[in-house]
Design a binder for this molecule. Structure first.
Ligand SMILES: Cc1ncc(COP(=O)(O)O)c(C=O)c1O
Length: 391
């Protein structure tokens, strides 16, 4: 059996896979098993932000793999400690919990928000407001938090206590906030929902509302964080701080790591024994993530992301003049969506034939989330190819 047959025979059929087998990656380039070369405008869905097999990350992984891969979290290790210290230094947060994925980081955030109010003697305050079209993961609590029915289908009864509110609608949010709400949880740019950025005035008003009502504000930065939107964390674009933030995806540049960060006050929700995971924050993944964070957090690196993001958006927008079925181009930094009046999946298929990897979301949106090291020349080639394809 070849790779595709083995996969289709032995692995659950939960992914709509494209029949291509990748064997190698370097920077923004991927190669398949037939020797075809592709420029990657997806980066494993906003994961390989430093590009595939970045030499410094590869060295960090190799060195750490040869030194110490895992010990239990009942002991201390320096890579974990130093990554936490640097995340605290670079963010609003005072405390970090390490998990293994975005969903797990969000589980930790949900647990923290609920337990915070239990600890404060307010056990009836357990509801979490999330946004319609949001995506927070596939575990039972995070799919219950997710504002898309297709993610919940077949899994009832769901975890109770999640209320969905239209995104960017302050009046709707106000009408839902009462004494039973412990947190508002949202993305700064809805990724899976179709690359929909938050309204800057709205996000500020949400912070204000949460302050007035004593509600915790959770930003799910699993997709938008780690430089993707041109600042280390997307909320910096809006000059608003959350109480709790979650990270994953690009944090390990491909190694599985998630993190839940909280300010001192919100962090009071967890005490000894409140939460744990066997693999969270092992020396191997934290050493890799430390290397990633050191590179991505450099101001010059982030400036380049903003400039290249603006360049990509401008180039894609320029296609609108000749292609009327492009309805919108939107996003922040190098997380960009192009909404089309047509089948985005078909464009993904055709783009692959031309050597470009893209992704379609919600059927009608092309998502561009390339490695942050993508070059202007690579952007130019993609836009030229798209121009031809969209004919
Ligand atoms: C905003 C957001 N939150 C959470 C998740 C879930 O992350 P994971 O797939 O690592 O569990 C994703 C994944 O796409 C995401 O985009």
């Amino acid at each position: 059996m070849d790779t595709i047959e083995k996969t289709d025979t032995c692995i659950f059929n939960t992914y709509a896979r494209i029949p291509t087998v990748f064997v190698k990656g370097e920077g923004s380039t991927l190669w398949d098993d037939k020797g075809n070369r592709y420029t990657d405008f997806l980066a494993g869905i906003a994961v390989a932000s430093l590009g595939h097999c970045h030499p410094a990350v590869t060295k960090a992984i190799a060195d750490q793999a040869a030194t110490l891969v895992h010990v239990s979290n009942i002991f201390y290790t320096e890579p974990q400690a130093e990554l936490a210290r640097l995340l605290v230094e670079k963010s609003f947060a005072d405390k970090v919990f390490f998990a293994n994925s975005g969903a797990e980081a969000n589980e930790a955030a949900i647990k923290l928000a609920r337990r915070y109010f239990k600890e404060k003697g307010n056990p009836d305050r357990f509801k979490i407001i999330t946004m319609t079209q949001s995506f927070h993961g596939r575990t039972m609590a995070t799919l219950s938090a997710t504002g898309q029915d297709k993610i919940k289908n077949g899994f009832s009864p769901l975890v109770e206590g999640f209320v969905h509110c239209p995104f960017n609608d302050l009046d709707a949010l106000k009408s839902l906030t009462d004494d039973s709400v412990c947190a508002v949880m949202m993305e700064c740019v809805q990724g899976e929902g179709g690359v929909v950025p938050v309204d800057p005035a709205y996000i500020k008003a949400v912070r204000q509302l949460c302050d007035e009502k004593g509600i915790l504000l959770i930003f799910d930065e699993v997709q938008t964080g780690m430089g993707r939107c041109g600042t280390l964390f997307a909320h910096e674009l809006f000059d608003v701080k959350p109480d709790i933030m979650t990270l994953a995806k690009a944090l390990g540049n491909g190694l599985p790591i998630g993190a839940m960060l909280a300010n001192e006050e919100a962090a009071k929700g967890f005490a000894l024994g409140s939460h744990a995971t066997t693999f969270g924050g092992t020396p191997l993944v934290t050493r890799a993530a430390l290397c990633v964070l050191e590179i991505i957090s450099q101001p010059d690196f982030l400036k380049e992301v903003r400039e290249k993001g603006a360049y990509l958006k401008e180039k894609l927008t320029s296609l609108m003049a000749n292609h009327p079925y492009i309805k919108a181009v939107r996003g922040e930094g190098l997380l960009v969506g192009m909404e089309i009046d047509g089948d985005a999946g078909e464009i993904v298929t055709q783009s692959m034939k031309k050597g470009f990897i893209l992704n379609a979301i919600q059927g009608k949106v092309l998502r561009f989330a390339p490695p942050l090291v993508i070059t202007r020349e690579e952007i130019d080639s993609l836009v030229t190819a798209l121009d031809g394809l969209l004919e």
